[in-house]
Design a protein around this ligand. Structure first.
Ligand code: IPD
Ligand code: CA
Ligand code: CA
Length: 253
């Protein structure tokens, strides 16, 4: 059974259940270490959350495949692959800044079919199933109606690699004067959900990993945003897509 509606409800339940425990574990105190660079942190809660998500999903879907940021990688036999970011926005979690989430996406034979992103601080659950629209806490969401870049609020994110960061900084001198403002909220999954519900007019970031956007990109697309994934991921309110793409190209993002 690979019915997107039932997989969506499973992803919602697991993201919420694990996310609620993330907050409790944060309050109890936790250890952390660095990964690819001094900027890149992993906490014991990230590892715990990935194991918890995989355990709960496996109990319901033992023959599916799993890919998780903290090391899970298994091949299933059903064509369904679950792509998990157990905590997207770990730097926010580390500093007790809101804006981290549990992100769970599912694809069938390589095509995204389900996404669930739970923000435990705001208690907001975003989700989507292919062809079925996107919701926040069960209510339909849609992107903003913005038609002008000059009055648009853009989100972006920065790499953990210092050379790439230097380049990303230099692109800002072209982008900032052209828009209302920029936000670096610290979690790609929620950035995509923020475009989905109109809290950001658009979002862009280079070099994301599959778990960063697996759920959020489908949620944004199902909400009605224009979404491209790849070396440059961007999600945009429909009314500013072409102006945004021109700006991103001219800034050499
Ligand atoms: C990061 C966040 C951040 C984005 C980085 C991601 P992590 O994920 O989504 O906003 O700018 O590119 O790697 O490390 O917190 O799971
Ligand atoms: Ca991430
Ligand atoms: Ca993560």
């Amino acid at each position: 059974m690979t019915d997107p509606k039932s997989l969506r409800s499973l992803a919602e339940d697991v993201a919420r259940q694990v996310g609620e425990q993330v907050v409790a574990r944060r309050s109890a105190g936790f250890t952390w270490e660095t990964k690819s660079s001094t900027a890149d942190v992993v906490t014991e809660i990230d590892t715990w959350a990935e194991n918890a998500v995989v355990e709960l999903l496996t109990a319901a879907r033992p023959d599916d495949g799993f890919l998780g940021e903290e090391g899970t990688s298994t091949t299933g036999t059903t064509g369904v692959l679950w792509t998990i970011d157990p905590i997207d926005g770990t730097t926010n979690l580390l500093y007790d800044i809101p804006g981290y989430s549990v992100s769970i996406g599912a694809s069938l034979d390589g095509v995204p079919i389900v996404g669930a992103v739970f923000d435990p601080v705001r208690s907001e659950l975003f989700s989507a199933a292919v062809g079925d629209g996107a919701t926040r806490n069960g209510l339909p969401i849609s992107p903003s109606t913005s038609t002008e870049l000059s009055t648009s609020l853009l989100g972006t994110g920065f790499s953990y690699e210092s050379g790439m960061r230097a380049h990303q900084g230099s692109t800002m001198k072209t982008i900032l004067p052209a828009v209302r403002d920029i936000r670096r909220l610290g979690g790609a999954a929620l950035d995509l959900c923020n475009v989905a519900c109109g809290r950001l007019d658009a979002y862009f970031e280079r070099n994301l990993s599959p778990w960063d956007f697996a759920a959020g990109a489908l949620i944004a697309a199902e909400a009605g945003a224009s979404v491209v994934t790849g070396p440059l991921t961007r999600a945009s309110a429909p009314g500013i897509v072409s102006a945004l793409d021109t700006l991103l190209a001219s800034a050499e993002v």
